[in-house]
Design a protein around this ligand. Structure first.
Ligand code: FEO
Length: 398
């Protein structure tokens, strides 16, 4: 039972795919699983780059054993201590007692927190710019704090021009049956999940991602090996451009997200009318979402894609409808910026959703809320159609 694959003659993918996990980080729904990538480098010295989530431990250990083919493991590089990559760290350290463990200073604290100090005599601590030569190959280490945890580091292998990018350039989705992004129609079938992964996992940390992109740009990169999802050996500039946009909170598309929270369908109707008005105003890409039936990770992902957002919420318990409030708190937590937002509130008495949404949004950096909030009392009146059209037009033209 082994599933290892050749990245090239001297680099093997030895990770595993989890098709059964329902919620990544117990938070994000998975529709097509997730891969936990681990790489085995075969040179005069052998190097394992990261381990995997315990869910795929059995196949991973068999892959490593098959890849080593009787050789000993000389080094284990720990890029990231989150358990989806380091959950089997102790198992590997015990199974390969001769392996030197390559870590940075921050990693040592995390290992201590998760596993104690049993392996500390085997640590080789690296810092920014340090190198490890294993024969033909030389790995250069770069610290990448907060992409996605503070101890994260990446490394660049010179002879193959390969960047081992940790969580960066990853995506949700299992990679069973293929290995490289150019073996699928990534832009058509995978970009949405790559964006949802980025926006929700590292979206908050735009500035650290920018720092990493600047560091990495000094290297000639022919291949990117992330810890999730397919490997990149073609069209790398396409994915880097996405990362440039996402990490600077620059909209990918001139498009509008219309998100509504509706109890009995009256706010939903206004959302649909607004979508029509937006199209009539010239918007080519308008997508309407019911926040009660759309996972918030999809809404965050769409927020990273579009340039403009309309939020329509019923008033509930004298405040914002709960699903909309949850979205707005997540929106703030993920530091979405550089977006223009139009607000519509509904309520049969004591309307307050609009005011409260406005207060939440105006406390966020780089968010511009249109001043006129449209207030609906139970149902939109014909006398308000013009006001709605004007709001939609103002949003599109903002
Ligand atoms: Fe895939 Fe931050 O772990």
């Amino acid at each position: 039972m082994k599933t290892l694959r050749n990245v090239n003659d001297t680099l093997l993918w030895v990770g595993g795919n989890d098709h059964r996990l329902a919620l990544f980080e117990n938070a994000y729904p998975l529709t097509n699983g997730v891969s936990y990538n681990s790489y085995l480098s075969l040179d005069e010295k052998t190097v394992l780059l990261d381990t995997v989530d315990p869910a795929v431990e059995a196949v991973f250990l068999e892959n490593v054993e098959a890849g080593l083919a009787g050789r000993k493991l000389d080094y284990l590089i720990v890029s990231h201590m989150e358990p989806d990559h380091a959950g089997t760290l102790a198992t590997v350290c015990k199974k390969y007692p001769e392996a030197t463990i390559i870590v940075n200073q921050k990693t040592t604290l995390m290992i201590s927190q998760f596993f104690g100090d049993e392996f500390k005599d085997r640590y080789q601590i690296v810092k920014e710019g340090d190198t490890l030569t294993t024969g033909e190959k030389t790995f250069t280490f770069m610290m990448a704090p907060m992409v996605h945890w503070p101890e994260v580091m990446v490394c660049y292998e010179e002879s193959s021009k390969t960047l081992f990018s940790a969580d960066a350039f990853g995506t949700f989705g299992a990679i069973s049956g293929f290995l490289f992004a150019d073996e699928v129609d990534f832009a058509r079938d995978w970009a949405g999940e790559a964006r949802r992964y980025y926006a929700n996992i590292v979206g908050k940390y735009g500035a650290p991602v920018q720092t990493l992109l600047k560091k990495a740009s000094k290297f000639d990169i022919a291949c990117i090996c992330p810890l999730h999802g397919p490997i990149w050996r073609k069209d790398i500039a396409w994915f880097v451009d996405k990362y440039q946009k996402w990490s600077t909170y620059t909209p990918e598309d001139d498009a509008v997200l219309v998100a509504y929270a509706s109890v009995y369908g009256n706010t939903k109707l206004v959302a649909e009318m607004m979508a029509n008005d937006l199209r009539n105003a010239g918007a080519k890409d308008v997508r309407v979402y019911d926040v009660s039936n759309t996972h918030v990770s999809e809404l965050i992902s769409e927020s990273f894609r579009v340039s403009k957002i309309a939020l329509l919420s019923a008033t509930y318990n004298a405040g914002i409808f709960p699903a909309m409030e949850n979205f707005l708190h997540d929106f703030k937590a993920h530091s979405v910026q550089n977006r223009t937002i139009a607000l519509v509130e509904n309520g049969s008495w004591a309307l307050s959703a609009g005011k409260q949404m406005n207060e939440l949004l105006t406390s966020m950096k780089g968010i511009s809320v249109l001043p006129n909030i449209l207030s609906i009392k139970s149902t939109i009146q014909e006398s308000q159609y013009e006001e709605l059209t004007a709001l939609a037009t103002a949003l599109w033209e903002a």
